[in-house]
Design a protein around this ligand. Structure first.
Ligand SMILES: CCN(CC)CCN(C[C@]12C[C@](c3ccc(C(F)(F)F)cc3)(C1)C2)C(=O)Cn1c(SCc2ccc(F)cc2)nc(=O)c2c1C=CC2
Length: 402
């Protein structure tokens, strides 16, 4: 609705050679289905229609719950502040067939959902990747929805957002919200169960991309005007990476352990807590830890170090002046002082920070997916060679604790 203030801040578009398209895909209407936002290289279009960054206002309700804020008030504030923000990609634009693109599955953080990392996903798609940002149904998302076959025909609750209209009209929208920890509840069992479900959801998303690539007809539960068959034989399924932020970084490790189709992982500001250390020896693929300066503590870093290996490439860099929220899109959407106040911004310009993270990611992916592109120009960033980077971590670990 046009009442929102026209947020002059916007999410930066991709810098790569490809225009980027975007569509939503839900395969299987139940809570066990797969729900993802797909970013892909698209044909140039004159006047691209940009999708809403937050597709339904219901997500703002979920965000309010997650932030332990009053729903009525904060849903309106969020909608006023961010309701008009757009994802910098062309909605349902025609897919650009141009050889086989490598594939990235992206996993969001605790309290987030599939659309909030579009600056990263759009940049990677603009460089010639197909990126699937999954929406987790493990009750770690602020909100997510699926459908139920409504048995009592009668007055239907109309869908809360237009892109969420299901194809068949006997399906009724069901919303699932963030599950807070109950007082006195032991956090590890919940988070460990969730990270296992998250990995299964990423693996199922990859299976669906395999089906699309093989030309199998995949039915989208959502009414999205995008022809998936145009993506037949367009994916390089030997070049697949898993990527994620925070809880999504833990999902990266869990996925690498569970499925060797993921050739390498890029873990942004990883929250290591949900992981069972017993799986660490089972991870053989290269891992790139890209950390913010502030979201680091001894226990978290020690667990990352436990994945160090003389055989398997493990790299870590820290971006100076960044905070945990320097990776999700919010970091671009508020002015400096609000951003710093709410810890959505660090001291460094968010564009510079995410540019370093994305270029280091591209160099790492070229190296470990054996790509023949020019991303190796950014190899020095993998070793932290930049004024705004620190190789490894910025916190000292007492020798006694290793
Ligand atoms: C008090 C609530 N308490 C819940 C346990 C802690 C809440 N919290 C810090 C927050 C998220 C914050 C945030 C968002 C969004 C606005 C807005 F105003 F811009 F909308 C403001 C302020 C509130 C910064 C985190 O959980 C940090 N965090 C995250 S934040 C991922 C995220 C979530 C929502 C988003 F919209 C965007 C990104 N992902 C993780 O995987 C992990 C952690 C911690 C450990 C593992």
């Amino acid at each position: 609705n046009s009442s929102g203030h026209n947020n002059t801040m916007s999410i930066p578009p991709g810098k790569g050679p490809h225009q980027v398209g975007c569509t939503d895909l839900m395969v299987g209407h139940t809570v066990h289905g797969t729900f993802l936002r797909l970013y892909y290289p698209c044909q140039a279009s004159e006047h691209p229609q940009l999708p809403d960054w937050v597709p339904c206002r219901e997500y703002f309700n979920g965000l309010a719950d997650f932030m332990k804020m009053n729903r009525a008030l904060s849903e309106r504030i969020f909608n006023y502040l961010f309701g008009n923000c757009k994802t910098p990609a062309a909605w349902n634009a025609s897919f650009k067939q141009d050889g086989k693109y490598p594939v990235i599955i992206f996993s969001h953080g605790l309290g987030a959902f599939r659309t909030l990392y579009s600056a990263i996903c759009v940049e990677l798609a603009s460089r010639g990747f197909i990126v699937a940002s999954v929406e987790h149904r493990d009750e770690s998302s602020s909100a997510t929805f699926y459908f139920r076959e409504d048995t009592e025909p009668g007055i239907k609750k109309h869908p809360s957002c237009d892109i969420a209209k299901p194809v068949s009209d006997n399906l009724e929208e069901v919303w699932m919200y963030y599950r807070p920890l109950k007082s006195g509840e032991n956090e590890f069992p919940l988070r460990n169960k969730q990270v296992k479900q998250r990995a299964d959801e990423c693996i199922r998303a990859l299976d669906i991309l395999f089906d699309i690539n093989s030309g199998k007809s995949v039915e989208n539960v959502l009414q999205c005007d995008f022809d998936l068959s145009t993506m037949e034989n367009s994916m390089d399924l030997c070049r697949i990476a898993i990527m994620g932020h925070s809880f999504g970084g833990a999902t990266v490790i869990e996925c690498l352990c569970k499925d060797v189709k993921f050739k390498c992982g890029v873990a942004l500001d990883t929250w290591m807590f949900p992981l069972d250390e017993e799986i660490f020896p089972g991870v053989k693929q290269p891992i790139f830890f890209i950390n913010s300066e502030k979201f680091q503590w001894i226990g978290n870093i020690i667990r990352m170090k436990k994945l160090d290996s003389a055989i398997f490439p493990r790299k870590m860099i820290t971006i100076k002046g960044t905070v945990h929220q320097s990776f999700p899109d919010f970091t671009f959407l508020t002015g400096n002082w609000i951003g710093r106040l709410m810890k959505l911004k660090g001291d460094i310009d968010p564009h510079i920070a995410l540019d370093l993270s994305n270029k280091a990611t591209l160099a790492f992916l070229q190296r470990h997916l054996n790509m023949d592109r020019d991303f190796n120009q950014w190899d020095p960033l993998i070793d932290g060679k930049d004024d705004n980077l620190i190789p490894g971590t910025n916190i000292t670990i007492p020798q006694s604790s290793i």
